[in-house]
Design a protein around this ligand. Structure first.
Ligand SMILES: [Zn+2]
Length: 662
């Protein structure tokens, strides 16, 4: 292995890490090359460029970042199975799925899929940002001949599937009815709410678990399992012109016959698969991928239902895929031929059902959320199926998620019920272990023996006890790094490597894809905005405040009571309080202009577009409690250096209220 580490404190893979990787090379079926044939199948052309710029002058996308994967080297700093997946995701360009269906791959985290309708293109999912979506569509038109876009079908509520819509659709297209947008029932509400209320924490968690913090390098970011990475640029959202409401719904769009299968509560809160009988092609959205998916995404979201997910796949098998000639998805590559399709569908179905059932089987015998990841194993047959390996969702963290779903966080041990915060318990541990001078040599000994988990147990206590102890932080970083190298799961690898990076360098903010705030404000219901306001409020600043506000938005016929009592802001839709301290009347469309920042409320009042009756001081009282969230809060002790605080300002200026991630 010949590669240079990006970090001066970075370590090469240890002898134990190398041995672990070699063991995997011997255990796993590397002779099975079918995925490589499928990933290359139907290749039409790649563009002459590998970099896509964004409209702000930055780089939206650059396939050259991962060129090191194309060198034919085995890197001991990457789990061999993961390196294989990362190589498969290096496919770049336009591919034919079946005559009339095409995919652009390697332009963003997800694929853009293009169907030939009678008069134009029907797009299935439109990437994360305007810039990559626009480039993908242009490449399709340049290669296959120009057609207008007549419809966009959004499969689900994650940003890598809808965020690029502004690159393929204009407001005029919608206004003139030239382009239909279809999405599953509840799309706008779920797309926004999943990312709104805990959004700031999710930004931080996303940067950690997606390795935004570490360079692309054999020692850093190598892949995202369902694609290379998330593009950076303008993220938009447009409401569907038509919702798919029924569990199964048939439609003909531009001469193409489609049967939608709604799968709410699977990989996303709302999601849908589509069967194209004319093409004998089944679109599995993100419910099938070339990997085990997340039951819980570590960036944060409500835990998913593995059994429900499995049942949707089961029904799709019996209703559609037994007739299918191709199975294709929003991520990774398609599968052709009845046997192969049924094999993949069956194995993915069983993968989720097994995890659900066997984890609960063990939980019913007393295995807890703090043990299950060391106990649960998928069946041997699935361990040998590449697409059932844990690259995106990992078996260790997903098994914990199943227990979280059914039983919650507590292992029934009173010691872990309301434990001390780590910073409060650590000093006692450090003292009782004999201080840093005892802990560090022992940790070094464990590190040298390749016992990284054990070393972490004591070093983590020391770092919490002594947040300025840089030798302790460095050794802990070294342990995390080796575990990162050994992890097959990307979110595990990335989290270990991000932790190592922050222990070595402190918190260094990075840019991430930001949504176009105007689109998101327009898409957010007034009720949700008021609920988010209540989260932005620091209730400690609201002690003693007591008032009621009526908010009336005549243009959409809505009214709300917003009440402050007990330092808590609550919202009630559909009512008006007779004893309100203030009644604010403003059209929802004008409220949006204020929220987007294009006008101030006082301008709206001056222009007569808003009226207030009562005491306007209560608005000032609310304003005085609001806090602007900073996504670059400290995660590991002693990592938020003062110097870094200055450089964050520029990053925070353009932040939008909503962040959307896949
Ligand atoms: Zn996705």
């Amino acid at each position: 292995m010949t590669a240079t580490h990006f970090h001066p404190k970075g370590k090469m893979p240890s002898q134990y890490t190398i041995a672990a990787q070699q063991k995997q090379r011997a255990l796993l079926p590397f002779e099975d090359k079918q995925d490589f044939e499928e990933a290359k199948h139907g290749f039409i052309a790649a563009p002459p460029y590998r970099k896509i710029m964004n409209d702000k002058g930055g780089v939206a996308w650059n396939m050259d970042n991962w060129d090191f994967l194309l060198q034919g080297q085995d890197y001991d700093s990457i789990h061999p199975s993961l390196q294989r997946q990362a190589l498969l995701n290096m496919e770049y360009g336009l591919y034919e799925v079946t005559p009339g269906i095409y995919q652009v791959r390697g332009f963003d985290l997800a694929n853009m899929t293009i169907l030939r309708g009678k008069t134009g293109w029907i797009l299935l999912d439109v990437l994360t940002v305007k810039e990559t979506a626009r480039a993908a569509l242009k490449f399709v038109n340049d290669t296959l001949g120009y057609c207008p876009v007549v419809a966009v079908i959004i499969s689900h509520t994650h940003g890598d599937h809808f965020g690029g819509i502004r690159g393929v659709v204009t407001d005029d297209d919608i206004a003139q009815g030239k382009i239909q947008i279809l999405a599953p029932k509840g799309f706008m509400h779920e797309a926004i709410s999943e990312n709104l209320f805990a959004g700031n924490a999710m930004v931080r968690r996303k940067s950690y678990t997606y390795a935004d913090l570490v360079p692309t390098n054999p020692f850093g970011h190598v892949d995202m399992a369902i694609g290379k990475a998330v593009a950076s640029g303008d993220v938009g959202i447009l409401p569907p012109t038509r919702s798919i409401e029924q569990p199964f719904e048939e439609l003909e769009i531009d001469g193409v016959h489609m049967v939608f299968q709604n799968t709410p509560g699977s990989e996303a809160p709302v999601e849908m698969n589509t069967w194209f009988p004319d093409f004998k092609a089944f679109w599995a959205a993100e419910n099938v991928a070339g990997t085990l998916h997340n039951i819980l995404t570590l960036r944060g979201a409500p835990v998913r239902d593995a059994m429900l997910w499995s049942k949707y796949l089961n029904e799709a098998m019996y209703r559609f895929t037994d007739k299918a000639e191709v199975l294709f998805q929003a991520h990774n590559w398609p599968r052709w031929g009845k046997d192969r399709i049924q094999q993949v569908m069956r194995d993915q179905r069983d993968m989720y059902a097994h995890m659900n059932n066997q984890v609960l089987h063990l939980a019913n015998q007393g295995v807890t959320i703090n043990q299950i990841h060391n106990v649960y194993e998928p069946p041997k047959t699935l361990q040998q199926a590449w697409y059932a390996r844990g690259y995106h969702g990992s078996y260790p963290h997903n098994s914990r998620a199943v227990i979280q779903r059914y039983l919650g966080f507590w292992d029934l041990n009173p010691a872990t019920l309301i434990p001390l915060s780590p910073e409060d318990s650590a000093p006692l541990y450090v003292e009782m272990m004999g201080g840093a001078e005892k802990i560090l040599p022992k940790a070094r000994e464990l590190y040298d023996a390749g016992q990284y988990h054990h070393a972490i147990e004591i070093l983590n206590k020391l770092v919490y006890g002594e947040p300025t102890n840089q030798p302790a932080k460095d050794l802990l970083a070294d342990c995390y790094e080796q575990l990162g190298y050994q992890s097959e799961g990307l979110a595990l690898r990335n989290s270990f490597l991000s932790g190592a990076k922050e222990l070595r360098d402190g918190v260094v903010p990075v840019h991430a894809a930001k949504p176009g705030s105007a689109d998101f404000v327009r898409g957010t219901s007034t009720g949700m905005l008021l609920e988010y306001l209540a989260i932005q409020m620091d209730s400690r600043k609201a002690e003693g405040m007591q008032f009621k506000i009526n908010l009336i938005t005549p243009d959409n016929g809505e009214q709300f009571i917003v009440e402050m009592s007990n330092a808590t802001l609550t919202t009630m839709a559909g009512y008006r309080a007779p004893d309100a301290d203030l009644t604010l009347t403003i059209n929802r469309s004008d409220l949006e202009v204020v929220m987007i920042g294009q006008a101030k409320l006082k301008d709206m009042l001056a222009q007569g577009k808003a009226t207030m009756e009562g005491n306007p001081q209560v608005l000032m009282q609310i304003a005085s409690t609001l806090v602007k969230f900073d996504p670059w809060f400290e995660v590991l002790p002693g990592t938020l250096a003062r110097a870094e605080l200055e450089s964050k300002d520029e990053l925070l200026n353009d932040d939008a209220p909503i962040e959307t991630r896949p």
